[in-house]
Design a protein around this ligand. Structure first.
Ligand code: 5CA
Ligand code: ZN
Length: 401
């Protein structure tokens, strides 16, 4: 298991109101009411290229969620995977002639550095697909009759789950289109249903494979996340998270596989961040329209300004990254730093309560920023306001002033 060390999150007096968060499955706000421990799974990167602003925005959404739980005094059990073997990674390594494991290791290391710089609380369990081969094989065995072979590969009969389709709520035509676009194989001959998904892939010429109870091969994508989440968090955990491009098929399939294997719900809420675009299209490694976190850092931009630029957009909105985002992040960082270091400011107590209120309402960071802006612009006579706000902004928004 790999992880990294995250920032210390200061605890501030009092605690946040109960969090309400948008759940894709029910398409509404749900109360998040874990007791003692909150269990969070967030889908991690496929490490074949560097972390871009879109990835960072998605991980930031779940970092804010985690900070809400921490502020309520909960222990957060946070698991994130890394898809350290998959087609896009092998294809990229093949194209560039680099060893695929070296490519993955380098990109994983850079991802951790970017996350650390951006002040993201580290996952407790950071788990790769390769180290989880036995878990995947064990879970496939538990799927029993819902597994069938196609030319040596193993497939999951998605209709073994009577609730299949409930996470995304999509009609079959849309599912088929998205399945084809996002790594699925609706047209493969020999499947019982076009939406049935790959669980285990038999060895192919020139590709890595591992021995397992299922025979040699490598795991499919959706079962990877189902296996890692069940092992580290158990069933019915609090939040399954990722970007909205994972709603279907990825989160639908993982949830069905886990439910059929265990007889229990996979997660209580499915939370999705919007997509960040660049030049009019979704920012993506495969298209190459990228603004990389590492490049911005190399060019001398303060990671806290990058974080503030991202916080300016609600996590559920789809938006386009422009230079103006970074400029406003930098301006804000300067204004806030100047304000917290003033000898006297407006009182910080009221601000803390209001920040908590808006963040507990589906993580409304843009409103939180305007609350701090107004405080920073206010004259006042409070000698401890600066210190109070500095800690609150650190704890709740992860911005170190
Ligand atoms: N390894 C899988 C998940 S198990 C994967 O999707 N990897 S990824 O590297 O493609 O994406 C990592 C995370 O970033 C996912 O949660 C994905 O939804 C999110 N993401 C990817 N592109 C964007 C984007 N343009 N805007 C916002 N989030 C994005
Ligand atoms: Zn995943």
């Amino acid at each position: 298991m790999r992880s990294w060390s995250g920032p210390d999150v200061p605890s501030i007096g009092g605690r946040a109101p109960e969090l309400r968060i948008h759940d894709t499955r029910t398409n509404g706000l749900v109360a998040s009411t874990p007791e003692g421990v909150a269990r969070l799974y967030v889908c991690g990167i496929t490490p074949y290229d560097a972390t871009h602003i879109g990835h960072a925005a998605t991980y930031l959404a779940f970092d804010l969620l985690q900070r809400q739980w921490l502020d309520r005094g909960l222990d957060v059990d946070y698991t994130q995977n890394v898809t350290d073997v998959d087609d896009p990674l092998l294809e990229r390594a093949n194209d560039t002639g680099e060893d695929w494991t070296a490519l993955a290791e380098r990109e994983i290391q850079m991802f951790r550095e970017d996350m650390q710089a951006l002040g993201m609380v580290a996952p407790r369990h950071y788990v790769g697909a390769v180290e989880s081969i036995d878990l995947v094989a064990g879970l496939v065995e538990r799927l029993g009759d819902s597994v069938y072979p196609v030319d040596g590969d193993l497939y999951f009969d998605v209709h073994a789950d009577p609730d299949f389709g409930q996470v995304s709520g999509l009609d079959e035509e849309t599912m088929l289109a998205l399945f084809g676009e996002r790594g699925g194989d609706p047209d493969r001959p020999g499947k019982k249903h076009p939406l049935d998904c790959l669980l285990w892939q038999a060895p192919r010429e020139g590709e890595p494979s591992w021995d397992s109870r299922l025979g040699p091969g490598r795991p499919g994508w959706h079962i990877e996340c189902a296996a890692i989440a069940l092992e580290h968090l158990g069933t019915d955990f609090d939040v399954q998270g990722g970007g909205s491009d994972l709603v279907f098929p990825h989160h639908e399939m993982s949830a069905s596989e886990a439910t059929v294997a265990t007889g229990e719900p996979f997660a209580q809420a499915f939370v999705h961040a919007g997509m960040v675009a660049l030049d009019g299209e979704k920012m993506s490694k495969s298209k190459g329209n990228l603004e990389l976190v590492s490049r911005l850092r190399e060019n001398g931009h303060d990671p806290m300004a990058i974080r503030l630029a991202l916080l300016g957009h609600h996590y559920r909105s789809n938006w386009e990254w422009t230079a103006a985002d970074l400029a406003s992040g930098e301006q804000r960082l300067d204004a806030w730093r100047a304000a917290v270091s003033r000898a006297e400011t407006a009182s910080g107590e009221e601000l803390v309560g209001r920040l908590r209120e808006v963040l507990a309402d589906d993580l409304d960071a843009p409103t939180a920023l305007s609350i701090v802006d107004a405080w920073a612009a206010d004259e006042g006579t409070d000698a401890s306001g600066g210190a109070t706000v500095k800690d609150a902004v650190d704890a709740l928004l992860g911005v170190r002033l």
